[in-house]
Design a protein around this ligand. Structure first.
Ligand SMILES: [Zn+2]
Length: 159
């Protein structure tokens, strides 16, 4: 919510040329800049595809027609790359999305990944412990940077 208000404020400044005191200089770590440039493009499509297909097929790669586990190396490779594959047992053509809730989905896998993450964060805002685990740093480091970024914001606001 705060991000949205900030970016709207700047947007107004830029388009309507309002008072300069309302504008904020951008710094590399500035939250406002993050909200403007953050997108699914920042995520690796291959890694996101692996994650999404892995979640869709918790018990491994299987033919959606005859349910036989995929064994053939090239069929397995196609399956995990999200490409079409042919079942050696029943001859059926399918992809990893066939007969899942993502069948017919036109988004990139990184868009699905980001959508899942953001919807989850909307329901369950991250705790400092979770942020530390996601980023791969200690709780103290999270706390340090939280304070540091707040200081940067205050300084920028006073300018
Ligand atoms: Zn089959």
């Amino acid at each position: 919510m705060e991000l949205k208000e900030n970016s709207t404020k700047t947007h107004n400044c830029e388009t309507q040329g309002e008072v300069k005191t309302e504008s904020r200089k951008s710094t590399p770590f500035f939250i406002e800049e993050l909200s403007r440039t953050f997108s699914a493009k920042l995520f690796d499509e291959d890694a996101c595809r692996q994650w999404v297909i892995g979640r869709l097929h918790l018990d491994g790669a299987r033919c959606p027609g005859c349910n036989v586990p995929l064994q053939d190396k090239s069929t397995l490779a196609n399956f995990w790359q999200g490409k079409r594959c042919c079942c050696k047992s029943c001859g059926r053509w399918f992809t990893a999305k066939t007969r899942t809730f993502l069948q017919g989905m036109q988004m990139e896998f990184r868009q699905v990944f980001l959508l899942a993450v953001l919807l989850d964060l909307m329901e369950n805002p991250p705790t400092p412990e979770l942020i530390a685990r996601f980023v791969g740093v200690s709780l103290n480091t999270v706390s340090f940077w939280h304070k540091k970024i707040k200081v940067v914001e205050v300084v920028e606001n006073e300018q």
